[in-house]
Design a protein around this ligand. Sequence first.
Ligand code: CA
Length: 424
Amino acid sequence: MPDPTHNPALQSWVLDANNHPEFPIQNLPLGIFAPRNGAPRAGIAIGNHILDLPACHTNNLLTHFPAGATLNDFLALGAGPRTTLRMEVSLLLARGNAAESLAKTLLHETAACTLHLPAAIGDYTDFYAGIHHALTVGKLFRPDAPLLPNYKFVPIGYHGRASSVAVSGTPFRRPNGQRKQADQPEPDFGPCRNLDFELEFGIWIGPGNNPGDPIPISNAAAHIAGFCLLNDWSARDIQAWEYQPLGPFLAKSFATTISPWIVTPEALAPFRIAQPPRPEGDPRPLPYLWDDADQRAGAFNIALEAYLLTPTMRENGTPPLRLALSNTAHAYWTVAQMVTHHTSNGCDLRAGDLFGSGTISAPTQTGYGSLLELTDNGRKPITLPNGEARRFLENGDEIIFRAHAEADGAVPIGFGECRARLLE
Ligand code: CA
C-alpha cells in the first residue's frame, strides 16, 4: 500500500532528484558503491547522487542501515528493517529536514563513484516466464507446437552460473564454443557467431528458507527483497548444439549483466497490478501456485526497453537505437509463483540469490526482447537508421536496458541502466 514515502508532492533538498527520471525521492534503491579512493559500502541512489549509509549511521542520522561491503546481511532481515530504512531516508532527504547541511556532506556524485554488485550472489536461477518469447521462439523451431506441454503448468527454469554475473558497465569477451551448422557433419570450435541478448528483469531474494521447508505462495512476497534489470547474454549457435537433453550450459554461463540498484518492493508498491488473466482455455495453476492476493496484485506495470549502440554510432555521436519496448506484465508467472515453485521441492534459497525472469517480449516485433526473435534467428537482419545491419551482435556493440514504472497519481521511477559492451 502506498504510504508517505510515495507522496507525489514530496520533494528533496537534493535538487537534481526532483523530476529525476530514475531516482526521485520516491524510489530510494539500494546498492553498493565505492567513492574515489574509498572502500565499497552501502548506499541509496538519490538523483545524480548516492547517500553513504554507514556514514549516516556514524553521524546518528539513521538507526537502521546496512553495514558491510555487500547487502546480503541486510536483505536477509526482510521487509521490516528495509521499510524502516526507507522511511528514515525519505525523511532525511526531504526538503526542510534540519539535518540537511550534515547529510549533504555524506552524499557522493554518482559519476565519481564505482558501482559494485549489490550482493554476493550465491545462486542464480533463470526462469522462462515470458510467454510471448516462448511462443515466438517456439514457432521458429516447432511451428506446429511452439509451447511444450509443461509450459502452462510449470514455471520453467534452469540453474544459471552466479560467478559470471557482472554489474552494468563491465565489458565481456565473445565466448568460444562448439558450433555446428546444419550442413556440417561435425562441430568445430571457435568464436560464437550468433551472440544475442535477452531482456529480463531480475529478482533479489531476501530472507531464505531452510532445506526441506518450502515457501507457501501466501508468504512468497516476504522473501523478495527487490528487483533489477538482467541481460542473459546467449550464444545461440553454441546453445543450439549443446542444449539437449539437459538445457543451457556454456551458451549462457560466460556472462550475465545486471543493473546495480535494488529497487525495493516498497518503492514499487504504487506500480503493482493484477496478474493479467490467462487466455481462455489455459489451465488454472495448480493449487500450490495459486493465491488470490497474489493474482490481485502480484504483477507490475514496468516498461522494459532494450537499446543498441554500435561502434559506428558511438563514433558518430548517434544515440542508442531502441530495439524493443516491452513490459513486465507480459510474464506468465508472478514472481511469487517463481519463489514458491523454486522451493516447492524443499530447495533452500538464501539472501542475495538472484532470479532472472526469462526474456520478457511483447507479442509483436516492436517488443521482441532478443535478436533471435527480431531477426528470425538471423535469417532477416535488421537494418539500422545509419545503414548498418545486424543478424546478431558484432564486436564493440553495446546493449543497454532501461526500465520505468508509471502509474496514475504516482511519481514515475526508474531502475538505472543495465549495459555492457561485447569485446573481441
Ligand atoms: Ca534467459
